[in-house]
Design a protein around this ligand. Structure first.
Ligand code: FEO
Length: 388
């Protein structure tokens, strides 16, 4: 695939992966992007997942035949991109490996080799001239690992953005939901914890003229409209701002009574004019989707049972996913169930103790088994409070 006269796509699509990064379902597969720059010197940007090494090398050979390659730039050492560095080094013994100092430490850990005799260590502000192109390296620590660099082609105004601006989904499948949905699930799940670091990178990028963004996953962004859109979305997500008006209702239920309360609340909210109510069963629905919804909307309702003097495990798991991603600037309503000693609301509230800017609704709905007139009145009151 041609990106510009000089830049070719040599990445691969993965329809075999069951769980990306060991935890994310990817119904549309996954793309591991890699780019080849043909200049006086030839450069490859990043490798691909271990299982696709041969296919990737074949893609490269289709572009350059048996010619040599001068540089492999390793922007990110997570194995979905770096697994074939050693294989590449063996296939192209005269190529120089270009990466940050920390990336070379990781190469030693992963491959037992830090390519000391054939490497170029780069840091923020360093450049690499390959003929017509001059590539400037920009440090992007924790977007998504500490060793990450992104690269700006000062000649063609192209940003090689590593994990940034990527999404779930292979490139040979059209995503009927467009870019935002799976890009949001990807961002919140994988990079969500590192908002300040993404903000720092956006600040650096704001001073650059960017004509194309070439991420390591998902489609290339090559129109001014799309570039403005993805940058705006990243600004919203990384500043933990509310993206859309609406309420996320997440529940667990053992015998259906807590579910009934969650659904009843959702009905009340819709009847009162809430523009979007996203309801999830945490035991059955994809939890990363629910994590995504919790970050997308400004208000969240958590409904669960008291269980072994604690809360139901799927709810604990869900709240851990929120707090470890620095969930903040949100309002939370609580619904608890407990047949003899309900205490789930107290436990859930306690789990957000270290979170910043979380407000809790005054009304806590307490159910002792099944909904009754008293708990239904509390649901009505909670709905009113959430709609204020
Ligand atoms: Fe796509 Fe952080 O690896």
């Amino acid at each position: 695939m041609k990106i510009t006269e000089d830049i070719k796509y040599v990445g691969v699509n993965d329809h075999e992966v069951d769980l990306f990064e060991g935890q994310y379902v990817v119904p549309l597969g996954m793309a591991y992007n890699s780019y080849l720059v043909k200049d006086e010197k030839t450069v490859v940007f990043d490798t691909v997942d271990e299982r696709f090494g041969e296919e990737w090398l074949k893609n490269i050979r289709e572009e350059i035949g048996d010619a040599s390659i001068d540089y492999l730039v390793v922007q990110h050492m997570e194995p979905d991109h770096s697994a074939n560095v050693a294989k590449f080094a063996a296939a192209y013994p005269t190529a120089t490996i270009v990466a940050s100092a920390q990336a070379f430490v990781m190469m030693k850990s992963y491959f037992g080799d830090d390519f000391a005799s054939r490497r170029l260590v780069v840091k923020e502000g360093d450049t690499l001239k390959t003929g017509k192109h001059v590539f400037a390296f920009v440090a992007a620590p924790m977007v998504h690992w500490p060793e990450v660099i992104v690269t700006y082609d000062t000649t063609d105004k192209i940003l090689f953005s590593a994990d940034g601006f990527g999404k779930f989904g292979a490139l040979d499948r059209e995503d009927p939901e467009g870019w935002d949905c799976e890009a949001r699930r990807y961002y919140i799940g994988i990079v969500g914890k590192y908002g300040p670091q993404v903000q720092a990178l956006l600040k650096k990028a704001s001073g650059l003229e960017i004509k194309k963004i070439l991420p390591l996953h998902g489609p290339i962004h090559d129109t001014p409209e799309m570039i403005a859109h993805v940058v705006k979305q990243y600004d919203t997500w990384s500043s933990y701002a509310v993206e859309s008006p609406g309420i996320c209702v997440a529940y667990t239920s053992v015998y259906g009574h807590t579910k009934a309360a969650a659904l009843k609340l959702a009905e009340l909210l819709k009847a009162k004019g809430c523009p979007k109510v996203a309801v999830s069963d945490l035991a059955r629905d994809d939890q990363p989707e629910t994590v995504e919804d919790a970050f997308r909307y400004g208000k969240l309702v958590l409904a669960t049972t008291t269980y072994n003097n604690d809360i139901f495990p799927w709810m604990r798991h869900f709240i851990d996913h929120l707090t470890e991603r620095n969930y903040q600037k949100r309002t939370i309503g609580l619904i608890e169930n407990g047949s003899w000693a309900p205490m789930a609301a107290k436990v859930m509230k306690g789990m957000f103790e270290k979170s910043k800017d979380i407000a809790f609704c005054d009304t806590v709905v307490t159910i002792k088994g099944a909904l009754n007139a008293e708990s239904e009145a509390q649901l009505e009151k909670l709905a009113d409070e959430l709609m204020k």
